[in-house]
Every structure is written in C-alpha cells, then in structure tokens.
Design a protein around this ligand. Structure first.
Ligand code: DX5
Ligand code: ZN
Length: 224
C-alpha cells in the first residue's frame, strides 16, 4: 500500500482530531476540513485500559482510508501498541504514534514500524518526564507532546506540559515535527508555536464548532 507522508518539517500544520466529529458522517466531516487545506487528520484510538475511554479500531480506519488521501495520523492510546499497530497499518494508517509509557524497547519498536512502511511518532503524558524520550525522539518523524491527560476531547490546556516542546526541540533539531494535543485553539496556538510546536491537533476547536472552515481559519490566523 502506498503511504502518505507527513509534510516536511518547516510549516505549521493543523491536524483536526475526529474525536469531536459526527461519527455518523465521517466522510463529509473529513471532506470539509481537507477541502479547507488540511493535510493531516488525527485519529484517536483508545482502549478503555490505558485511558478511561473507548473510541475506534482498525475497521473504522479502513473506512476512513477509503474516503480521504490525507495523512492518517493515528494516536494509539492503548496498553499494547506492539500487538495492535500492525492492524492499524494494514487498515491504512500512514503515521503511528505510541505512548512511551506503554513500550519496553521503544527504539526497537520504531524500527519495526518503519519497516512496515509508516512514519513514526512517540508521545508522553503530561506527568511523564522528557528524559524518557531522550533516546527515541531523534529516531522519530514526529514527537507528540500531550497538553492534556489523554482520554477525552475538550479539556483545558496544561501549560507546564506544553513547555516540554522547548526541551524536545533541543533534542530533535529542526527536522522532526513536534505535535501538541489537547486544548489547542486560537488562544493556545501562539503559545505552543512559541515553544517550538509545528503540528497542532485540534478536536473541539474544529469539529466541535459549527463552521469548520471559519474555525480552521481562526487557528491559522493565530499562528505567529
Ligand atoms: C485526547 C486526544 C485528543 C483530543 C484533543 O486524549 O488525544 O486528540 O481529541 O481534543 P481537544 O482539541 O478537544 O482538546
Ligand atoms: Zn490525540
């Protein structure tokens, strides 16, 4: 399967999270944001174990794959990413992000994912120290900094968690994307971009709003 690649680092991209979208109309929901220039769609996978919520699995990703050429950025908030990642890759995910809290030999896992043809991201919870990703972060295409506790959309942005972007940018240099996830809107965007983030996940601020095009435009305009 030909994979879509993340845009090269150097541009700020908005990655709408479908968690706040109408799941009965996903094709139209995704079409609205890709027509407005979105290149990355963020898919939140939750297992009811690593996080206290359950969302979507590989069959849903396979249906989404049929309706868009956007990069499917798959955020695995699951206890056993090593066990299930191959199924998401088979379903059409282009990018897989796993939580550092869930994997024993992360460098090895990154190599396995790459071999399977996808780009790779590692992420860390707000309370997880930056040092835990020191070795693996430079091996990834993107590092995701959680700016809320994972599990639900529409939560309040945690500034001290977002500040980790500064240290992570020092670790990875300019070629690796830094993504932020949780509470991102037109108010927090200038803050996180100032910390070094270039990939902005936005659920409630896009799909939680009536007019997705205007909402995207408001976030874009707030990019410094
Ligand atoms: C939270 C998810 C997020 C979520 C963000 O656990 O990882 O991707 O959809 O939602 P907002 O933008 O509403 O905070
Ligand atoms: Zn997410």
């Amino acid at each position: 399967m030909a994979r879509n690649r993340l845009p090269k680092a150097g541009t700020v991209e908005i990655a709408p999270s479908i968690l706040s979208a109408d799941f009965a109309n996903l094709a139209s929901e995704i079409g609205q944001v890709t027509s407005a220039g979105v290149k990355i769609v963020h898919l939140d996978v939750m297992d009811g174990h690593f996080v206290p919520n359950i969302t979507l699995g590989p069959p849903v990703v396979a249906w989404i794959r049929k309706c868009t050429d956007a990069v499917l950025d798959t955020h695995l908030m699951i206890s056993e990413p090593r066990r299930y990642a191959p199924r998401f890759i088979e379903a059409g995910s282009d990018h897989i992000t796993f939580h550092i809290e869930t994997v024993d030999r992360p460098e090895e896992f990154v190599a396995e994912l790459r071999k399977a043809g996808v780009t790779v991201g590692v992420t860390l919870n707000p309370e997880t120290p930056v040092e835990t990703v020191e070795k693996v972060a430079p091996l990834c295409d993107m590092v995701l900094v959680m700016t809320v506790h994972p599990g639900f959309g529409g939560q309040k942005f945690i500034d001290h968690a977002a500040r980790k972007c500064i240290q992570i940018r020092e670790m990875v240099g300019p070629a690796v994307r830094i993504e932020v996830d949780g509470g991102i809107d037109a108010t927090t965007t200038p803050i996180v971009v100032g910390y070094g983030a270039d990939t902005l996940v936005a659920g409630n601020a896009v799909f939680g709003q009536k007019n997705r095009v205007l909402s995207l435009e408001a976030i874009r305009k707030s990019i410094p």
